[in-house]
Design a protein around this ligand. Structure first.
Ligand code: NAD
Length: 460
């Protein structure tokens, strides 16, 4: 269902009035709304799983852990910590501010917009929503039109649980998104592609609206000659082929040291076989591609590439076999943009200078994974290369923690969320200096200022 004929400015006005009523301010309200969100997800678990199956053929284990279970942990974490997060932070002061006190008030932004993509279509709407509610905001939520079944379940959930002056779902395609980002929301939280992220940022700039951009990009996994190759292969295969490679933090490609490349590729193929059997199309653990456009885009990327294993596809079923590609060139179409599907190019390197130089020449990735047993290599790659966040001897799990802020840098995004970072993404740190009503030092007032020489001495 598309809302493209609706007047979204009326929705925003209505939410703004609700926000100005002060209703969203008290911790009690926020906690009650988080509890209602938790309860409404719980009662709809079966509907959510069915919708994710319909949109993406998501296996039930994957769908529950990635899209539902993770939300339960996040909501409980927010409920447990909310009062502490909301508490004003007292600060120290300069001597010339005394007598007085300084504190930081965690101010809700007000009325916010949350826009989501189709790959984790439920979780990527609900997870920022936890932060928006915890932060004391109202929200308009725009699901992806490319996951219509999940969009519908999410809308039903919100409409039957919350007042639209507090939370409202608006459905539709890019035209609806364009109309929404044109409005002067108090904050926009966008998850999606780099290309649309730029449009959102440009639109937000017109109103100077604060933004969080959770984008994507080509995230490398680097496997050196000291790595535990068997574990590296299993963890990379799992991180890559979860959700059929349609994961923003999935390893996009592998850079493996040339001395262990053949062994690593064989182990990778073996891991795939162990996970999904000889025919992954019959596996209950393997999902499907979101739509035919993406299916065709992905299969076209294989043209002219050397396939190490996999490569099969079934257009009607939107199925692409987990595929390893070897000896790709940096100029090949496969290596230009985020692959966002179950195709894993494995490239080799001879020394780490080459790896550093190459990664620095590309847009900053959302994630980077280092597989090594050498602590110098670990530090060199994970500290000195710029990327959103990542793992050492681990893939994709960094996103599944309420204690690790998640976000990109540069091309892969701006801002963070998850856990306390979600509360911070939806609140402004408002600094307040309070002085006694009766007091005025007069120190800076023209006519009673001390000499500049004296001031120079004490401010140096
Ligand atoms: P997308 O940018 O095409 O769509 C995201 C949202 O933007 C949708 O709601 C869509 O309706 C809207 N949109 C589409 N075209 C628009 C336009 N011209 N103007 C305004 N809004 C528009 O992204 P997608 O294809 O749904 O998702 C895939 C991308 O999202 C990948 O790049 C992936 O890496 C990224 N992603 C990032 C994260 C993260 O947390 N960093 C998570 C998931 C996906």
């Amino acid at each position: 269902m598309s809302d493209n004929t609706a007047d979204f400015s009326v929705f925003l006005k209505e939410q703004r009035e609700f926000y100005y009523s002060g209703a969203t301010y008290p911790a009690e309200f926020r906690l009650a709304m988080l509890d209602m969100l938790l309860g409404s997800i719980k009662t709809r678990e079966a509907d959510i799983l069915a919708a994710l199956d319909q949109d993406l053929g998501k296996p039930a284990f994957e769908a529950f852990t990635n899209e539902i279970g993770i939300l339960y942990l996040e909501i409980r974490h927010a409920m447990k910590n909310l009062r502490r997060w909301m508490r004003p932070e007292r600060t120290r002061l300069e001597f010339f501010h005394l007598p007085g006190s300084g504190y930081i008030h965690k101010d809700p932004y007000g009325s916010v917009l949350i826009m989501a993509p189709w790959n984790y279509p439920f979780q990527l709407l609900a997870s920022p929503l936890i932060g928006a509610i915890a932060g004391g905001n109202t929200a308009i939520l725009k699901p992806s039109e490319l996951a219509p079944a999940t969009s519908k379940v999410f809308r039903d959930l919100v409409e039957s649980t919350f007042d639209p002056s507090f939370l409202r779902v608006v459905e539709g395609g890019p035209e609806v998104s364009i109309a929404l980002i044109d409005l002067d929301f108090d904050k926009i939280f966008f998850t999606g592609s780099v290309q649309v992220g730029k449009l959102v940022m440009a639109s937000a700039a017109r109103h100077l609206t604060p933004i969080t951009l959770e984008l994507g990009g080509k995230s490398p996994a680097i496997v050196d000659e000291t790595a535990n190759l068997e574990q590296a292969a299993r963890k990379i295969a799992w991180g890559k082929f979860n959700n059929s490679g349609q994961t923003c933090v999935a390893p996009d490609y592998v850079l493996v040291h040339e001395s262990v490349s053949a062994q690593f590729k064989a182990l990778l193929a073996e891991a795939i076989r162990k996970f999904y059997g000889n025919d992954p199309s019959a596996s209950p653990h393997y999902g499907r591609i979101i739509n035919l456009r993406h299916h065709d885009r992905l299969t076209a990327l294989l043209a002219g590439e050397k396939i190490h294993s996999g490569g099969g596809s079934d257009r009607e079923a939107r199925y692409i076999e987990p595929t390893i590609v070897e000896d790709s060139s940096w100029d090949s179409p496969l290596m230009q943009d985020e692959i966002f599907g179950p195709i894993l190019p494995v490239l080799t390197y001879a020394d780490l200078d080459e790896v550093e130089e190459r990664i620095r020449s590309l847009p900053k990735p959302l994630a980077l994974y280092v597989f090594t047993r050498n602590s110098q290599t670990e530090r060199r790659l994970s500290h000195r290369l710029s990327y959103g966040g990542g793992g050492v001897n681990s893939t994709i799990l960094q996103v599944a923690s309420s204690f690790l802020p998640f976000g990109g840098v540069g091309h892969s995004g701006t801002g963070h969320y998850h856990g306390k970072a979600s509360f911070e993404a939806f609140t402004h740190r408002k600094s307040i200096l309070k002085q006694p009503a009766w007091y005025n030092s007069g120190l800076a007032l023209p006519g009673s200022q001390p000499s500049l020489a004296f001031i120079r001495k004490i401010m140096h």
